[in-house]
Design a protein around this ligand. Sequence first.
Ligand code: ATP
Ligand code: MG
Length: 150
Amino acid sequence: APIKLDKFCQELIEEFSLIENSYHEIVFNSHSQNTDAVMDERLLHYLFRNLLSNAAKYSEPGSKIKFDLTCDLADGVAIFQVKDQGIGIPTADQNRIFDSFYRASNVQSIHGNGLGLVIVKKCIDAHNGKIEINSQLGLGTTFTVTLPLQ
Ligand code: ATP
Ligand code: MG
């Protein structure tokens, strides 16, 4: 069945806030015009739970996490952005963080396995989508995920 992206994102964020209880303020902004998408709901859950979990883990409690949804009907894509105000990813590490077990040099004191983004990448590939990183050390990180609506 098609997924209402607005509703899906809203519920995902609520569920994440309840379960993680990480004291972050998660702000959802939607420009999706109530769009339906043919996507795998279970894979979408894995994808965005992992991105939100990273955003929370690599930023201070109390800081803001922004989740933006835009649907571009002309291009037939949904664009999701997860934006944090955290520690950032060193430029030298950015092209390796999708490798299994790889963790950047600035997170050694924070626990993790280096597998979340491997799952993220697989979920995106399954939808023929793409992911982009924009990050500045000490300022924050934005992951942009673009998925076809069909
Ligand atoms: P886990 O397997 O528990 O998710 P992890 O978070 O270390 O462990 P990934 O989610 O795959 O593994 O992320 C890989 C690496 O990418 C992280 O170790 C970290 O260095 C970097 N990273 C990912 N997201 C962020 C973010 N939002 N801010 C800063 N660094 C990040
Ligand atoms: Mg992770």
